[in-house]
Design a protein around this ligand. Sequence first.
Ligand SMILES: [Zn+2]
Length: 236
Amino acid sequence: MQLTFRSERVLAVVAHPDDAELLCAGTLARAQHEGAVTGVCVLCRGDKGRSRRPVPRLAAVRRQEMKASARVLRAALFLGEHPDATLQDTSAARKKLVEVYRQFHPTLILAHAPQDYHPDHRAAAALAEAASWFCASRGCRTASAALPAPPALWWMDTVGMTGFDPAFFVDITPYAETKARALACHQSQLRRAADADFGALTDLQRLQTQARGLQAGVPAAEAFRPSRDFKRARAW
Ligand SMILES: [Zn+2]
């Protein structure tokens, strides 16, 4: 069986500036290489990811890091600009994300798993799922027109793989290096490796990619579960 992303439009919806780099950057790089148009929508600013040595104007620094990583992945970048630690599934936040979907025209959404560790991730999961339905509803008015159909939705692995039972794996072996280069753009966070409330992101990314690869019989993989909800599931 051969999965191909050719002619897809893949949008990752994540809570924080470096989440896509941990959970789906290899899949985005592979999709882009196979002919898909890819994008990343980062809902929060990253303004509270502070190390013991504070970075002045952190939100602005992280915006530059996001842009650099998006260039590595050749992905369009959309910014939600919500403050960290405040993300909630509200009607205003839904509407903002619905408009992003209507500008990008995704055929596939990659979203945080609903049980992931961080409250912002869980709120992002709820928002990504809600917007995947309302983007195609003509009754939900935003600046752009409703999409002709809801996009498919895949739940991403959790950070650290806790409580996530993969339904399938995407082989990212040729793209693991690109994934690492994308994460390397987030220097303000990589400097937090020794912080007790954080960790070494490069190790986390490498070990999780290898562990999911081990489960799938390849050197490097990312894990997903497809949504089986009405109009969000696909056959291939
Ligand atoms: Zn995060």
